[in-house]
Design a protein around this ligand. Structure first.
Ligand code: NAP
Length: 327
C-alpha cells in the first residue's frame, strides 16, 4: 500500500511517500481502507521526536482518519465490512499511524461516522473536538451554568471548545486576535477580547466579576499569574499547550480560594474517555454544528510539504486533510 511514513525521527523532509507492507488486523482489530487523514500539530511532534512515544520503523505518520471497514478480526463485534468509521488515536503508543491507504485500529478506538457527514470535514475536527471535550468535561470538570474562558478561541481546539461549552450551557468568554473576533462570535462566544489589549485581564474581570469557573488555555501562553487570579473560588485552569513555558504560579491565590491548575494530553486518554468524547463529537457532527473553519484537501504525497508549512506557522485557521485517492 502507499503511505506517508518515516524511517527515522527528524524534520519534515524525513517523511517519505511510497509503498510499504499493508498491516494485518489482530483478533480484536479492524482493518480500515483510509479515505482521509488529518494533519495535527502532534503529528509533527511525534515525527520530530519532541513527543516521546514508541515508534516502529517504517512508521506511518498521522493520528486521525476517516475510512471504510475492510476486514474485522474474529473477536470484533459492532463493525462490518463497508461501515464508514473514524479513529483519532493512531500514530503513538506503539500504534502505526493514519496516513496510509490502509490502517489497523483496535475496535475499542474506532467509531461509526454518522450518516450524511462529509468525511473530509469530519476528519479535520476529530482531534480538536475530542481534545475540547476532555478539556471541558474530564479535566475541567465543567458544570452547567459555569463561566468558561477559552484562550485562543479562534484556533482549532479553541473554536471547538467554544462550540462545546456554549452547547453544554456555559457562558463563554473568548480571547483571540482582533481579526478573529467575528469568527469566535459565530462559534457562540458571548464576549470576545483581543489578546493584545493591554487591559485584557481588567476587561475579563469586569465581564466576570464573580470570577471564572474554568480557564482553558489553548494558546500555550500559560500566564498563571493572570489566569489563576481571574478564577472564582474552586475555579480551574486547564493547560494543554506551551510545553516549554515556565510560568510563575501564585501559590497563595491558588490555595486560599481552593483553585486548581491541571494539565493533560489527549494521548493519555483511556479508550473509555476517548469513546465518551467520540459520542459527543458524533452528536455534534450529526447535527451539523461542528465544522472546520477552512480545509484544504491534498493528496497523501503532500505530507512532507504540509508538515513544513505547519511548522512555519502557515496554517492559520486552516486544517489540511490528506486524501488517499488521487482526487
Ligand atoms: N494537550 C492536548 O491533548 C492537545 C491536543 C490538541 C492540540 N494541542 C495543542 O494545543 C495548541 C493549540 O492547537 P490548535 O490546533 O488549536 O492551534 P491553532 O489553531 O494555531 O490555535 C492557537 C490559537 O491561539 C491564538 N493565540 C496566540 N497567542 C495568543 C494569546 N496570547 N492569547 C490568546 N490566544 C492566542 C492564535 O491566534 P493567532 O493566529 O492570532 O496567533 C490561534 O488562534 C497546540 O499547541 C497543540 O499542539 C494539545
Amino acid at each position: 500500500m502507499r503511505a506517508a511514513f518515516i524511517e527515522e525521527l527528524g524534520p519534515p523532509d524525513v517523511i517519505r511517500y511510497g509503498e510499504i507492507a499493508a498491516p494485518r488486523p489482530g483478533p480484536t482489530d479492524v482493518l480500515v481502507d483510509v479515505l482521509a487523514a488529518a494533519v495535527d500539530p502532534v503529528d509533527a511532534f511525534v515525527r520530530s521526536g519532541v513527543f516521546r512515544t514508541h515508534v516502529d520503523f517504517p512508521f506511518v505518520i498521522g493520528r486521525d482518519l476517516v475510512g471504510t471497514v475492510a476486514e474485522t478480526g474474529p473477536g470484533v463485534t459492532g463493525f462490518r465490512a463497508g461501515d464508514r468509521v473514524w479513529c483519532n488515536s493512531l500514530g503513538h503508543g506503539g500504534r502505526q499511524g493514519a496516513a496510509a491507504e490502509q490502517a489497523v485500529a483496535a475496535a475499542d478506538r474506532l467509531y461509526h461516522l454518522p450518516e450524511g457527514v462529509d468525511p473530509y470535514a469530519a476528519v479535520a475536527v476529530l482531534h480538536p473536538a475530542a481534545t475540547a471535550y476532555l478539556a471541558l468535561f474530564v479535566h475541567g470538570r465543567f458544570r452547567v451554568g459555569e463561566t468558561v474562558l477559552v484562550a485562543g478561541a479562534a484556533g482549532n481546539v479553541g473554536s471547538a471548545l467554544v462550540t462545546l461549552a456554549a452547547r453544554a450551557g456555559a457562558r463563554v468568554l473568548a480571547t483571540a486576535g482582533a481579526r478573529d473576533a467575528a469568527y469566535c462570535r459565530e462559534s457562540n462566544a458571548a464576549e470576545v477580547f483581543d489578546y493584545r489589549d493591554p487591559d485584557l485581564a481588567g476587561r475579563i474581570r469586569r465581564a466576570a466579576p464573580h470570577g471564572l469557573d474554568l480557564y482553558v488555555d489553548t494558546s500555550g501562553v500559560n500566564d498563571l499569574e493572570t489566569s489563576v487570579g481571574l478564577l472564582a473560588r474552586r475555579g480551574r485552569v486547564v493547560l494543554l499547550a506551551g510545553a516549554r513555558s515556565r510560568p510563575v504560579l501564585p501559590a497563595g491565590s491558588l490555595y486560599m480560594d481552593d483553585r486548581s491548575v491541571v494539565g493533560f494530553a489527549i494521548s493519555n486518554a483511556t479508550p473509555d474517555e476517548l469513546a465518551a468524547a467520540a459520542g459527543c463529537v458524533n452528536d455534534l457532527l450529526g447535527r451539523g454544528v461542528l465544522r472546520p473553519r477552512r480545509t484544504e484537501v491534498l493528496p497523501l504525497s503532500a505530507a512532507a510539504d504540509v508538515h513544513a508549512r505547519l511548522e512555519r506557522g502557515e496554517l492559520h485557521g486552516l486544517r489540511v486533510v490528506l486524501r488517499t485517492d488521487p482526487g
